[in-house]
Design a protein around this ligand. Structure first.
Ligand SMILES: [Zn+2]
Length: 92
């Protein structure tokens, strides 16, 4: 008995990395921070800038990586999403 007129298709969440976007911009700033710190306050500035840069790089790479529905390409919040908000397919 399968009364569903539109059966749910098992779909997969795809990872998609954005090359041009906020995440990438944050990564670039993160990479530049130690250099900027070095120019402003020499070695202490480079250390502080390096730490901040690492944090920004980590945040940026998280933002640069997006998850999309493998079926319709709709962006989903995270890998833990069970159902696509757009096409309602199940993620296995
Ligand atoms: Zn979908």
């Amino acid at each position: 008995m399968d009364n569903d007129d539109k059966p749910k298709k098992p779909a997969r969440i795809k990872r998609k990395s954005e090359l041009a976007g906020m995440g990438c911009l944050i990564q670039v700033i993160g990479l530049a921070l130690p250099v900027i710190g070095l120019l402003i306050a020499f070695i202490p500035g480079a250390i502080v800038g390096g730490i901040l840069g690492l944090v920004m790089f980590a945040v940026g790479s998280r933002k640069a990586l997006k998850y999309i529905c493998g079926e319709c390409g709709n962006p989903v919040d995270s890998k833990r999403v069970k159902l696509c908000p757009a096409c309602k397919c199940d993620f296995k």
